[in-house]
Design a protein around this ligand. Structure first.
Ligand SMILES: Cc1ncc(COP(=O)(O)O)c(C=O)c1O
Length: 390
């Protein structure tokens, strides 16, 4: 028995983030936890006491069927809480489906709204799993580069749109670039899509992945995609901001115009077809028991400021992360993989930009202990100073 052609292609092409993560595990076995600075994967900071207490309450929750199957779209009271959290006019519990993280929210949305053979347009740099979510629906992921200031290149998107396009998949704040879409970008995109829809008599779906939505650094603000374009769904998650990535909990938001019985059936079928069935019960109950879904942003902001200051002082071409937990950097060496290897030799792990469709860059995840970020900054400064052009 051999693995599928698809799985073989993954071994060849994909998985840079996981590959670096596994390298981190190997190095930690050899050198201990303190001997390795692994900034390759988007591991959140530890969950706070309040979150842990909410999970305790969730475990103690008792009602008939507590451990049984539930409606595919989740508990009604948790969907109501999520609808409140969205806070957009017309969004009711019927607009919400609880999911196993944002990953499932995106995969389920694509399975529900996109047909095999369709194109899904994204931007580069992109979160690498977007390609996998599209493939799972038999769709093709078509990334187009952002402009020099990391904003949407509306002309490039216009060029990529064809009658086969059924969705545009964006991420704000962006992993890895840190860019936060503003209202002007969303408005320009919506205008473009409306014109395209009028020409092709189909409505392109806009999927906005908002995993890092509570991590936006003032003066930047998150724009509301639901206000810009009606055929929109949002993928949200608690993996990063509450520090519970392993608990697999998030939700999908439908624009009120999309919340029909037909969509609900499509979503429920997709949840089953993709094998998620429903979002984890205990994590849903924990959200219900958590008094507030707000977070303390300061620890992330401190880390962002520290890293940005150091890398700029070291001469890196480093855009300001407007949101999220990543610093995007141009590799100071022509050979980015050699730069990544040189850092790894000093036991500092970053992810090469090729994983995100931009080979000239690297990504540093700054949700790590401050001491480790200081070590990484010193090593980066040192290696960047070696003007090697491999
Ligand atoms: C941009 C982006 N989207 C989706 C995900 C998946 O998030 P979740 O753990 O909620 O499935 C991640 C995780 O790193 C991410 O960075």
């Amino acid at each position: 028995m051999t693995i599928s052609r698809w799985s073989k292609a993954q071994l060849r092409d994909g998985g840079w983030i996981r590959r670096m993560f596994m390298e981190g595990i190997r190095l930690r076995r050899e050198h201990g936890d303190d001997g390795v600075v692994d900034l390759s994967i988007g591991q959140p900071l530890e969950a706070g006491e309040g979150v842990v207490a909410a999970f305790h309450d969730a475990v103690d929750d008792r009602f008939a069927g507590r451990f049984g199957y539930m409606p595919n779209l989740g508990y009604e009271d948790v969907r109501a809480r999520a609808a409140e959290d969205v806070g957009f006019a017309g969004v009711t519990p019927a607009c919400v489906a609880m999911t196993s993280g944002a990953a499932a929210a995106i995969a389920v949305a694509l399975r529900t709204f996109v047909d095999p053979g369709d194109d899904v347009i994204g931007v580069a740099p992109f979160f690498p799993e977007f390609r996998l979510y599209c493939e799972t629906s038999g769709a093709r992921f078509v990334p187009v580069p952002v402009d020099a200031s990391l904003r949407l290149d509306i002309d490039a998107i216009a060029h990529a749109l064809t009658p086969r396009t059924s969705a545009v998949l964006l991420n704000s704040p962006n992993n890895p670039s840190g860019h936060v879409l503003d209202a002007a970008e969303l408005h320009a995109l919506a205008t473009l899509l409306d014109e395209h829809n009028a020409r092709t008599s189909r409505r392109v779906l806009l999927v906005v992945d908002e995993v890092y939505r509570r991590m936006v650094y003032a003066p930047h603000v998150l724009a509301e995609p639901l206000a810009a374009y009606s055929t929109t769904v949002l993928a949200r998650s608690f993996s990063k901001d509450l520090g519970i990535a392993g608990e697999r909990i998030g939700y999908l938001v439908l624009h009120p115009s999309l919340a029909t019985p037909e969509t609900h059936t499509g979503l429920a079928q997709s949840m089953r077809a993709l094998g998620f069935v429903n979002a984890p019960a205990t994590a849903q109950r924990a959200l219900y028991h958590l008094p507030s879904w707000d977070i303390h942003l300061q620890p992330y902001r401190d880390r962002r400021d520290l890293v940005l200051r150091h890398v700029r002082e070291a001469g890196f071409d480093a855009p300001e992360p407007q949101g999220g937990i990543y610093q995007w950097l141009r590799s100071p060496w022509d050979d980015t993989l050699a730069f990544i290897d040189a850092l790894a030799e000093r036991r500092v792990l970053l992810t090469p930009g090729v994983a995100f469709g931009v080979p000239s860059h690297v990504r540093l995840c700054f949700s790590a202990p401050l001491g480790k970020l200081e070590i990484a900054a010193a090593v980066l400064t040192d290696i960047a100073g070696q003007r090697l052009s491999a």
